[in-house]
Design a protein around this ligand. Structure first.
Ligand code: LLP
Length: 426
């Protein structure tokens, strides 16, 4: 699952004691495990090897340049959704011809940037966008590959805020409209519309929605081919699960075994856009207890990390396992599930110091005794943790630290107050 675990009663990342990192680098801090990134990427690649997919790591899930460089060294390409993410991919020397550029609202500047960089595919989400990319190609005498994002109308059974493949969403177009779009734009354009892009939501902890989505996409591919159109690429998006609670996500192998038989020998280049399945379990958020207090019948553990470092609980009521780095009485957690309730634990809410009631990191948890000063780890925060961080309440951005074996490096230092104010001091 990952390379975070308890050894001799304390939390270790690979071969480094997490408490030692906190002593030197302070808290709050994100700590990542190199080997976990590597394992997850390798497993996905091995699982889908028969179809030789282009694996476009979804930059939005964890975008630090050091992580991107690591992904590139493993053979990943990139899924970008903004000019900023494109700049990041190019900065680490990505092969632009294997980059996919998604997003419902690409601006002219972003389209020009991507054309200039010669990205492989625009994942196009509307007729107006296609029209505009075609015009901008015309103006700069350029051309590009493109895939149309199609909503196959399947239910991924995930949070409504992260469900995207239903018929009516702001993303992509429905299947009926897709046919019309291909007829209008599928020939003789500077935008070579020869691909279909799917992304049904995330996390999707079942394989069936993928099979259903791919099956519907293939029906569309066949009917378009009958019309004489060329369709050579199928991008099935990301959304593969991660282990937030234990072992709830299907293995890469399980997704592959379900999808490969449907896709085999279809004459389609497969593209994948995994984010969290690679990055979520590769990171923890490290926090120190500032105070504990009682409020009515509740006990609050107030830590120095907050919704500014991890907004997922506030935004999606997402569950992240939390546990002391050196638990009292050697109470090492046997698993990371919601129902963990060991003898000697008590019910607490782990909260941040930000002035919002939604600033809950781990509400209603049975935790070992926690004192002021104790370190806590919030698990599975490698995806959509630091990237969704903010400076709300004028909290400087927390550092990112990458462990590799017995060593670690600070891959983004803690922001100082001076750095935080610099752009406004004119
Ligand atoms: N491809 C597309 C088109 C996407 O929109 C996304 C995520 C991905 C790939 C990668 O999905 P992943 O494999 O990481 O699940 N901030 C939220 C999730 C929003 C995801 C947005 N799109 C979270 O914290 O769960």
């Amino acid at each position: 699952m990952d390379h975070f675990g308890y050894r001799a009663g304390e939390l270790i990342c690979e071969d480094v004691a997490v408490a030692a990192i906190a002593e030197r680098e302070g808290t709050p801090a994100y700590v990542y495990s190199t080997q976990t990134f590597v394992d997850h990427f390798d497993r996905l690649r091995a699982a889908f090897a028969e179809l030789n997919p282009i694996i476009c790591y979804s930059i939005k899930s964890c975008h630090n340049l050091h992580i991107l460089r690591l992904m590139r060294s493993l053979g990943a390409s990139f899924d970008v959704v903004s000019g900023g993410e494109l700049v990041r991919a190019l900065e680490v020397g990505a092969d632009a011809s294997r980059i996919v550029f998604a997003g419902v609202g690409k601006t002219d500047d972003e389209i020009r940037m991507a054309l200039g960089a010669r990205v492989g595919w625009f994942n196009v989400e509307s007729e107006q966008e296609l029209e505009r990319i075609d015009q901008l190609c015309e103006l700069s005498n350029a051309s590009t590959g493109a895939a149309l994002r199609v909503n196959p109308d399947v239910d991924p059974h995930t949070h409504r805020y992260t469900t995207t493949g239903k018929r009516e969403t702001k993303f992509g177009v429905d299947v009926d409209r897709a046919r019309r779009v291909f007829r209008e734009f599928g020939r003789d354009r500077r935008v070579r519309l020869t691909g279909i892009h799917l992304h049904i939501g995330s996390p999707v902890n079942r394989v069936e929605p993928y099979v259903e989505a791919v099956t519907r996409a293939l029906q569309l591919v066949e009917s378009l081919r009958v019309d004489g159109l060329t369709i050579d690429t199928l991008n099935i998006g990301g959304g593969f699960g991660a282990h937030y609670e234990g072992a709830e996500a299907p293995a890469a192998q399980a997704y592959a075994e379900a999808v490969i038989p449907v896709l085999r020998a279809r004459g389609l280049q497969l593209i994948l856009e995994p984010g969290r399945s690679i990055s979520a379990n590769a990171g923890i958020l490290l926090a120190r207890t500032i105070f504990t207090k009682r409020g009515g019948d509740k006990t609050f553990v107030i830590v120095d990390a907050a919704m500014t470092e991890l907004i997922r609980p506030a935004l999606y009521e997402a569950y992240h396992f939390a546990w002391p780095v050196k638990p009292a009485n050697g109470m090492v957690p046997p698993h990371r599930g919601r129902d963990l309730k060991l003898d000697g634990t008590s019910l607490v809410d782990v909260v941040g110091p930000v002035c919002e009631s939604a600033d809950l990191l781990a509400p209603n948890r049975w935790l070992p005794p926690i004192q002021r000063g104790d370190l806590l780890a919030i698990f599975s925060t490698g995806a959509y943790g630091s990237v969704m961080g903010s400076r709300y309440n004028s909290r400087p951005l927390a550092p990112e630290i990458l462990v590799d074996g017995g060593d670690y490096r600070v891959i983004r230092p803690r922001e100082s107050y001076d750095q935080m104010l610099a752009a406004e001091r004119s």
